[in-house]
Ligand binder design. Structure first.
Ligand SMILES: Cc1ncc(COP(=O)(O)O)c(C=O)c1O
Length: 459
């Protein structure tokens, strides 16, 4: 729907009247006059009901990897809805798109991943994984292996279990989380915690924290370690190259499963199909959502390596788990078309090819007085806002300056997100050089305006 077709005042009033939004301070939302209404999008651009155009350097919520406005995906949904709008995949039944999608997902994973379980989003994928892994250890006669180790500031979703896996204090502060059996270790953020260590020394130190936690919980009690190859919502934490191989070695030493949460990193985000390929480790289970359908339909999945799934095939017995919409035919048809486009148009390669251009463009921001560090891998990255570049000192209170900068971006037609005082980005893989140039002009403007706001506080 284009901006011309809506009555904005009416939509805003209805939204305030009836729509309880996720991740929102509802009092502030009402005081500030309600929502920004997004009406349509094309490529890397989104448009609001006032006709303002924004460069979406976040791909929505890190998900619209192929960019907005691909008619082929709409056609796939339309055709599937006419043929078969719904049927389930319980009780030895399937639909053609669900089966074809499982095959297609397996085709872009390493060969050992041949079995794919469908869910509706990343949170459900992680909930599914926890039930699956605990049942796996029961089948192996070790039901006491039920604990999970994850990282602080990891993000794995918003359900009770996935938020317990996550390491977000703000989320744990609501609803009595984490649930028992979920443990968190230091995130491999060299800028924040590396001090004088070289990145690789710090990576090994952060990996050693995983081993420490395993020993504390008891190696025989630990079911799995889960991590995003690059932590997204935690502030785009790109671990030093030494980190993941060391974590892998530790997990193998104690027979602990490794789960790669690829909800953000998967489907080309880091320059290869999977973040574990970029970061150099070999998971046993892969969690995906977002880029699986480029956000055009809600769908997620858990892919399991042969040596793990073998337990289910050998021992048998029903796995009492699934969702009404597991492998929903319309979502599956759309995801299938998304992967076809990504393969045929070589979008992963295209993203990898433009990535160095983006890297050097953002490197150009490093001379700005507010910018403490810039970093990126493929088409995901961040820059730090600091009060003092030499000492890496932050502004007080935390998050204030990040939000100032984010709002200046918004007002000037750019969408980036602030994770505390870290500005993060993850543009569609189809972004081109001219769009990156335009994005950098807007970023510098937002930084300059933010600097005006805080000039008196600079260290
Ligand atoms: C790494 C990661 N895992 C899981 C999730 C949860 O996915 P969803 O919001 O689709 O439930 C997210 C969402 O941002 C994520 O970034």
């Amino acid at each position: 729907m284009s901006a011309a077709n809506i009555n904005l005042a009416e939509i805003v009033a209805a939204d305030i009247g009836h729509h309880f939004h996720p991740f929102t301070d509802h009092k502030a939302f009402h005081l500030e006059g309600g929502p920004r209404v997004i009406t349509h999008a094309k490529g890397v651009w989104i448009f609001d009901a006032n006709g303002q155009k924004y460069l979406d350097a976040m791909s929505g919520l890190w998900c619209v990897n192929i960019g907005y406005g691909r008619k082929e995906l709409a056609d796939a949904a339309y055709r599937q809805m006419l043929d078969l709008p719904y049927y389930n995949t319980f009780f030895k039944t399937t639909t053609v798109p669900a089966t074809r999608l499982a095959e297609s997902v397996a085709s872009v994973l390493p060969e050992r991943f041949r079995q794919v379980f469908f869910v509706n989003d990343g949170s459900e994928a992680n909930d599914t994984m926890v039930r699956f892994v605990r049942h796996y250890w029961s089948l192996k006669g070790k039901p006491y292996r039920s604990h999970f180790i994850a990282r602080r500031r990891g993000y794995h979703g918003s359900t009770m279990v996935s938020a317990s896996l996550g390491g977000m204090d703000s989320m744990h502060g609501q609803g009595g989380l984490p649930l028992p059996g979920f443990h968190h270790v230091l995130q491999p953020n060299a800028y924040e915690f590396g001090g004088d260590l070289t990145p690789d020394e710090f990576g090994l130190m952060a990996a050693a924290e995983v081993e420490k936690k395993i020993l504390e919980v008891g190696p025989d009690n630990v079911a799995a370690f889960i991590g995003e190859p690059i932590q997204g919502a935690g502030g785009v934490i790109i671990p030093p190259p030494s980190y993941w191989p060391a974590v892998e070695k530790i997990c193998r030493k104690y027979g602990i499963l490794i789960v790669a949460d690829e909800v953000i990193c998967g489907f080309g985000r880091t320059g290869r199909w999977w973040g574990f390929e970029t970061m150099g480790f070999n998971p046993d289970i892969v969690i995906m959502a977002k880029g699986l359908s480029s956000g055009y339909q809600p769908i997620g999945a858990m892919a399991v390596a042969d040596h793990v799934i073998a337990e289910f095939f050998d021992k048998g017995g029903e796995f009492f788990h699934g969702y009404t919409y597991s492998g929903h035919p319309v979502a599956a048809a759309v995801a299938l078309e998304n992967i076809r486009i990504m393969k045929d148009e070589k979008l992963v390669e295209q993203g990898a090819k433009i990535a160095p251009y983006l890297k050097s463009a953002i490197a150009g921001l490093a001379d700005h007085p507010l910018v403490g560090e810039v970093r990126s891998m493929g088409l995901i990255g961040a820059f730090e806002l600091v009060r003092n570049k030499a000492t890496r000192e932050r502004f007080e209170p935390v998050s204030r300056v990040g939000l100032l900068c984010r709002d200046h971006c918004f007002r000037n037609g750019l969408i980036m997100r602030a994770c505390w005082d870290t500005m993060v980005f993850a543009p569609p893989l189809i972004i081109d050089r001219a769009e990156i140039d335009h994005w950098m002009v807007l970023t510098r403007k937002a930084l300059d305006l933010t600097l005006e706001d805080v000039r008196g506080e600079m260290g």
